[in-house]
Ligand binder design. Structure first.
Ligand code: ACO
Length: 331
């Protein structure tokens, strides 16, 4: 039976040049490299230059993803940017990326699910493609998250960084085993009752200011471990798979201890877990496509590999997705 699905055919990423080390942070606030590494696994983060905007990061990552996918700009008919730090309140950052690329077909819009944003955007694009409304989608996670940090609050400002990652999805009419290639399934959840454990104390409608990140770290940690654990199980069960079938876990990079806890729960060896939190810190919606791109570029993730994505963030919003990489013809 023929079934329309989304293939993930290329990815790319971009990190701002400037690197801010834990040691530099420790000169400005009451913290230490040792505390940050021991509690989070973070050694450094990238910070966007003055005047460098989320759309600039998104555009650079998109160009690299299109090049990797060997796709021309004229083929794109959907652009989704997952971001919590858009250039402006409106228009959508995705429309700036569209203009920057010189793309004119189809729709461009933003998705807001904080750190789960990329998984949400991937699910939206996958459903557009499966429904036949789009054929070639650019899905981007991009953040200048350091712009919404309170640099006096040591409990949050040490955790985040800036960056962008992008993937290209392509519609494909395949036949045979549905676990063959492309996005096998996505699973999204949110629970607005937990808003107060992770939020920004500003917005165009509430205060008229951008606001800063507020977080009850321990509570978020507790929810992250249980909710990510169950959405991983949900994704595997929906496809009749077990953790042993997974070639790579590409988790949201929020905390090394949360990543290790997911790997332990799945009984996955560390080598199968893509971790770049030490160098990137938490880049919110950009973290999953940044990690994915790194592992594709260094040759760990290859054609035909089964990859599991997961992420959780403010909302609370969380989700997971299972993807078999590449083109059926090349596997
Ligand atoms: N340097 C030194 N000490 C610090 C720092 C710091 N940067 N930050 C906090 N502390 C102190 C606290 O003041 C506290 O001191 P006290 O015991 O004297 O009161 C002590 O360290 C312990 O603080 P906790 O907050 O209890 O530390 P915890 O072990 O919970 O680690 C952390 C904090 C790293 C934030 C952890 O809770 C965490 O990772 N939570 C989850 C974050 C997450 O997953 N976010 C995902 C989504 S993000 C998004 O969507 C935007």
């Amino acid at each position: 039976m023929s079934m329309r699905r989304s293939l993930l055919i290329g990815c790319g990423s971009y990190l701002p040049e400037r690197i801010l080390s834990n040691a530099e942070l420790a000169k400005k606030i009451d913290t230490s490299h040792e505390w940050i590494v021991q509690r989070t696994g973070i050694h450094q983060r990238h910070v966007a230059a003055d005047g460098e905007l989320t759309s600039d990061l998104a555009l650079a990552a998109s160009r690299r993803a299109l090049e990797a996918a060997r796709i021309g700009v004229d083929e794109i008919d959907l652009i989704i940017v997952a971001t919590t730090t858009p250039d402006d309140t409106f228009p959508a950052t995705a429309t700036k990326v569209q203009a920057g690329l010189g793309a004119v077909r189809g729709a461009a819009f933003d998705v807001q699910a904080v750190c789960a944003g990329f998984v949400y955007a991937l699910a939206v694009a996958d459903n557009f493609i499966k429904a036949g409304q789009s054929n070639t989608a650019l899905v981007i996670g991009a953040e200048t998250f350091t712009r919404i940090l309170d640099w006096q609050d040591r409990s949050t400002c040490v955790l985040f960084g800036d960056g962008a990652g992008a993937v290209v999805l392509r519609g494909y009419e395949g036949s045979g085993d549905p676990s063959d290639h492309g996005i096998l399934s996505t699973h999204l959840h949110s629970d607005g009752r937990e808003r107060d454990i992770l939020y920004v104390d500003g917005g165009p409608s509430s205060t008229g200011t951008t606001g800063h990140v507020k977080m009850v770290g321990k509570e978020v940690y507790r929810h992250a471990v249980s909710k990510l654990g169950s959405v991983i199980e949900e994704a595997l069960a929906a496809n009749g798979l077990t953790a042993e079938d997974v070639d790579w876990l590409v988790p949201h990079q929020a905390n090394r201890r949360i990543i290790d806890s997911m790997a332990n729960r799945m009984k996955l060896p560390t080598e199968k877990v893509i971790c770049c939190i030490d160098r990137h810190a938490n880049t919110s919606a950009a973290s999953v496509p940044l990690a994915l791109t790194e592992a594709v570029q260094d040759g760990r993730i290859t054609q035909g590999d089964l990859v599991l994505f997961e992420a959780i963030g403010g909302g609370l919003a969380w989700g997971a997705g299972l993807v078999r990489m590449g083109y059926p013809d090349l596997a």
